[in-house]
Design a protein around this ligand. Sequence first.
Ligand code: FE2
Length: 268
Amino acid sequence: MYEKIDEKDLTIYRFLVENSDRNINYVVECPQTKEALIIDPLDNNTIENIINDNNLIPKMVINTHAHPDHIAGNSYFLEKYGIKLRAHDICKKIFDYDFDNIFENDILSFGKLSAKILHTPGHCPEHISIIINDYILCGDTIFSCGVGNVKFRGDVSMLFRTIQHKMKNLPETFKLLPGHDYFENNIGFLKSILLKGTDFYNEVDKLLSQNDKNILSPIKNIDFEKKYNPFFRIDEFSFMDLIKENEKFSGLNMEERFKELREMRDQW
Ligand SMILES: [Fe+2]
């Protein structure tokens, strides 16, 4: 089962992989030419169904980063369709097979569409995000109401800079296509750190109670993240007022607050 999102010049297919990490796989199509990109393939069978059901012509596989759950299907699709893999240059230290490197601001064409690359390190050094029209495939950099961990080759200072200087500057209408569906846990964490009794707490509580974790959570935009993603708001004094143990953050600069919040999320 997969979801098909039809936009005027763009079709996105997405589905929740049936694993404990709740990976989301994506295929992006230019509907005029049927040419398609495969992003971070993990569930090869469902991606094959998407390709066959919709008569797609795969053009390339792109990896947002080289963690095992984002690259597992690479070889299958490269061999089956004779297409290229694109990933950040840093992956040459990791992959033992050929790929074409990509860098910040590269534009990759497929059909009549183009995909612009942003280098978004932090979760790991090679992490990229992919902008297609007003969608951003952001891998494990941002999840709805959260950010990626920094446990496996990550760097929290780099992640802070990526969120603060790149992701927060994207247009508010940009829609996020993250690599995992962690909305339920992230909104639960947010609720756990908030003071009870504020309007904001009640809104967050409502979001949590209305969420159905058995289905893919709805797509959110940057505007939503600016309100409900604590990692987007950690620099705001007004947000500090909404947090229960805000003394943990007093005297810390913005980057230190971000690190403290990441540690609180790790321990939650
Ligand atoms: Fe990852």
